[in-house]
Design a protein. Structure first.
Length: 309
């Protein structure tokens, strides 16, 4: 297969996408197709396969545990966009192991080709006391670390001829129809009758609208150099109290602080995340890729009824 020269990656490419029917992936597929790329999406179910075909994408049936399918998809593509993750927060070891194994399979399949490999990562745990930036390396190495240390593993393949780009998404990629963290916090608030926030609510979450995140994916495919850490962040940090107040307004619920020692019991597994400061900057990403977020803010989406709970 002929592989496009990296300096001219804005030409039409065959892109293999995992997580193609997911929240971020489905929007990224739309943007890729609109840009003229030929997309093949990994699909676990018949419903996902039909949704992809309706968009004009090709389908490869399989999941993250099907390493043969991952290799097949990579072998037939000019670029790989890895957005899938099991997201089993009740048993993170399962998600971490699957992520590391998938990245290892992709890296081996792409080694020596110079082809782009873009993978989803996050900003959690990168820094303490200040917003994370694109020059902050991930401290997570090895199979027992968050996401199985997949970002660092993928970056190791740069020396083996893989054009790796890490897409670090804000903890909330929001928008109408989102079933992620903010939707879960909304469901908890409705169930408990109070929109809570941890402690004094000053810890912050970065955020990005789904449409902006999808545009960034396409820009990264076209322009990001090998080894680049890209931040899909529109808002550097929204205080958790502000998030809770928006949820309270949207559902006519009282808003109150949850004592730090009660956060785990009140919020369950998401309490550990909601109590963290997950602020991050994207100034280098914007300058490098010419990316300017234009979508609604997180609070605007909550106020508009995007999280019915």
């Amino acid at each position: 297969m002929s592989v496009p020269d990296i300096s001219t990656r804005e030409i039409v490419m065959r892109v293999f996408v995992t997580g193609a029917s997911g929240w971020i992936g489905s929007a990224a597929v739309d943007e890729l197709i609109a840009a003229g790329h030929e997309v093949t999406g990994l699909a676990r179910s018949s419903a996902s396969a039909e949704a992809l075909r309706a968009k004009g994408a090709h389908v490869l049936r399989g999941d993250l545990d099907d390493l043969d399918a991952l290799r097949t998809g990579a072998d037939a593509a000019a670029a790989v966009l890895h957005l899938a993750n099991k997201h089993d927060f009740t048993d993170p070891a399962v998600s971490n192991s699957a992520e590391r194994t998938a990245v290892q399979a992709f890296g081996a399949a792409l080694a020596g080709s110079g082809r782009p490999f873009l993978l989803a990562a996050g900003v959690a745990g990168l820094t303490e006391g200040r917003p994370a930036t694109e020059v902050d390396p991930s401290p997570f190495h090895g199979p027992d670390s968050p996401r199985g240390g997949a970002e660092n593993l993928a970056l190791e393949f740069v020396e083996r001829g893989v054009h790796t780009v890490s897409l670090r998404f804000a903890p909330t990629v929001h928008g109408a129809g989102d079933h992620g963290f903010v939707a879960h916090l909304t469901a908890i608030a409705r169930r408990k009758g109070v929109a809570g926030y941890p402690g004094d609510g000053t810890n912050r979450w970065s955020a990005v609208h789904r449409s902006d995140a999808a545009r960034l994916v396409v820009a990264s495919l076209a322009k990001a150099p090998a080894g680049t850490l890209v931040h899909a962040v529109a808002e550097e940090g929204v205080p958790t109290r502000t998030i809770a107040e928006a949820i309270g307004r949207a559902h006519d619920l009282p808003v109150r602080s949850i004592a730090r020692e009660e956060v785990a019991g009140h919020f369950g597994w998401i309490g550990a995340f909601f109590g963290m400061d997950l602020s991050a900057s994207s100034s280098r990403t914007r300058e490098l890729l010419g990316w300017t977020p234009t979508g609604p803010t997180l609070v605007e989406d909550i106020d508009a009824g995007g999280y019915p709970g």
